[in-house]
Design a protein around this ligand. Sequence first.
Ligand SMILES: [Zn+2]
Length: 256
Amino acid sequence: MINSEKLNNTVPDNAILLKLKSIVKSFWYAGNNVECLCCGWKGRKFLELNGRENVQCPRCFSLERQRLTWSYLQKKTDILTNKHAVLHFAAIGPEKIIGDRLKKIKNLSYLSVDISNKQAMEKMDITNIKYPDGFFDVIICVHVLEHVADDKLALKELYRVLQPGGWAIIMAPLDKTLIQTIQDISLTDPLEQKRKFGLEGHIRLYGIDYKNILELSGFKVKIENYAAEFTPEQVKKYSLDISDDIYICTKHQSKG
Ligand SMILES: [Zn+2]
């Protein structure tokens, strides 16, 4: 069984072994019940992850949020057709497939960054982005902020490097029953992080104030319940999470 926890957070160094496992899994899961919106794989079901059935694509390792995000990018934005400088944070693990797809789009100037993972094109701290103001037209930052001690500073930096008129998808795990975000940035014990915030490496869990937190840095935020546009049959077929919202953050034209 593929170590899904590891896949969820890092790209394993042994890419050949991983590829081999992926091929075996693809055969094992042969069928036509489900289809991956990221890579087109079809099978009997997706892989189990953290005790949840039917979650991860055995070919590209996408999870529900990547399949939803990639579909959104294709159907609801101009990323396939317009010229954009794109900054993509932590395009590793399950997020890598989105980076791989974006890299192939000729009208895009694409840059993937990560604070430590070598598979990203550049090493970069989200709280200290080494690019000038307004350098990027599009930013994709999915499930990163919950790892960052100073998330307010990270958002300030994202806002700064986004071109006025540009847009960003900034998503994080959130608990809709929490009125206020909870965090403990001093917490280092992985098991405690998982117990309190849902996964190892997480130092906070956002609540319904997440939109306000994004807006504090200057973004105009629109919450798109894009998953609701799929029929129940499609949600099942593509294994989407209907509670996943897409947070579209825009920078006003007149602001610097
Ligand atoms: Zn896939």
